[in-house]
Design a protein around this ligand. Structure first.
Ligand code: ATP
Ligand code: MG
Length: 392
């Protein structure tokens, strides 16, 4: 079967009035972005309160559907056969051949749902339903009508052309990226943070990201891994502005001047401060991390509180109540897992203490940080000024 268009179904709760336009415009934009590298030519447009993807000429069906399945905000994808508007006798033939090709087994119940957007068509939708229903019954004796719970809803919409569709491929749900502001993701090379970014993007939030590396303790390849992860997340989240911050001097200063059991927490607090600086600069409305309660020493309730204490923007931690197993499941689903488990060193693992505090006390941490007073401002300034920006 050759499909000429896709009708895009989206959830409509809470998108009335002006919000509806914003929602639809963002959806159109994200669909265009998702189809950018798919073979074929696509016209994505809004029409009568619907969003359509018209396929101009030959295109790769599988790849198109796979790409659409990654666009947040899409609830269903309906492959459409388009025919020119004809009188009912000819229309019947089109519908019969559609049903025959779509459902060669024929053993099913169906219901015709005609819609007449083109009011010049000389029959109303009830009449069209009856005529087409009868024609299908005559052509395929194994098909039966069920108007309450049919296996197949055969949609026939009469517009400038006739749109015929019955299949709904589930989309990912969520909200189109760009409808809910932007946030700064602290993206490491691990399993968790890409999943955290994915989950917030699913709610319509545009992502920026920041990665802290520590050359020469962490390699160029470790950085490439993070760039790869950002690229994988951007398949769902759209373009990402990635800040790569050289964190080496800050880490060395902490290592030199602060108690070693507090290293990770203090380091994490400086990461948050720098991330927040970039977030505010670009108008992001929050920070995102891949933290989950109790996963490691730096993610106990006390540690999270100590890390959180330096932030004034909200910190979103979408994985907070997830077990590792559940996070891995999502990372496999969104295709970041294989990249995340590549064994490249992480700046957190290099300066890690043998026995990190698990119940840090904020006042004590603040006191330790005072050891850095003389150097930290200029080191932070330097880290910020030399950050490399990579547009994904
Ligand atoms: P992940 O799989 O995301 O690396 P993790 O289990 O390794 O998580 P931690 O290393 O404790 O956890 O990091 C907790 C969170 O802090 C990460 O999810 C990430 O958001 C942030 N983070 C840690 N290291 C870095 C880094 N080098 N650059 C940017 N963000 C980081
Ligand atoms: Mg990590």
């Amino acid at each position: 079967m050759t499909f000429h268009s896709f009708l895009i179904k989206y959830g409509e709760i809470g998108i009335k009035g002006k919000n509806r336009y914003l929602f639809e415009d963002a959806l159109v934009r994200q669909i265009r972005y998702a189809l950018k590298n798919v073979e074929g030519e696509f016209l994505v447009h809004k029409c009568h309160g619907r969003v359509y993807v018209d396929c101009e000429g030959a295109y790769d069906y599988e790849e198109t559907v796979e790409s659409l399945k990654k666009v947040f905000g899409i609830v269903g994808i309906c492959p459409v056969v388009r025919k020119s508007v004809k009188e009912i006798g000819e229309l019947k033939k089109d519908v019969i051949s559609y049903m025959g090709e779509m459902y060669p087994e024929g053993n099913l119940t169906f219901k015709v749902e005609a819609r007449r957007a083109n009011k010049r068509y000389p029959m109303n939708s009830m009449e069209i339903n009856c005529e087409l229903g009868e024609a299908v019954l005559d052509a395929y004796p194994r098909m039966k009508v069920d108007v309450h719970l049919p296996d197949v809803r055969l949609n026939v919409e009469i517009r400038e052309e006739v749109y015929i569709y019955s299949e709904i491929i589930p989309g990912p749900g969520g909200m189109p990226v760009g409808t809910n502001g932007s946030a700064m993701l602290l993206l490491s090379g691990g399993i968790d943070s890409p999943v955290a970014g994915y989950m917030i993007a699913k709610r319509g939030v545009e992502l920026e990201a920041v990665y802290f590396h520590a050359p020469p303790y962490t390699s160029e390849r470790a950085k490439e891994k993070v760039v790869d992860l950002a690229r994988l997340v951007s398949v769902y989240a759209g373009p990402i502005k990635l800040h790569v911050v050289n964190f080496t001097d800050i880490q060395l200063a902490i290592y030199e001047k602060c108690p070693h059991d507090e290293l990770t927490i203090i380091m994490r607090r400086y990461m948050m401060r720098i991330a927040e600086y970039f977030a505010r600069k670009d108008g992001c409305l929050g920070l995102i991390t891949g933290e989950s309660i109790g996963q490691v020493a730096s993610q106990t309730m006390q540690s999270l509180a100590a890390t959180n204490a330096v932030c004034t923007l909200p910190v979103y931690r979408p994985l907070i109540g997830f077990d590792k197993r559940e996070i891995v499941e999502i990372s496999e689903k969104i295709d970041t897992y294989e990249t995340s488990i590549q064994p490249y060193e992480d700046c957190c693992t290099i300066f890690v203490a043998k026995h990190p505090v698990t119940k840090p006390n904020v006042e004590r941490i603040e006191k330790s940080e005072q050891n850095l007073t003389e150097v930290i401002d200029s080191l932070m300034k330097m880290a910020i000024e030399t950050a490399e920006i990579i547009r994904i």
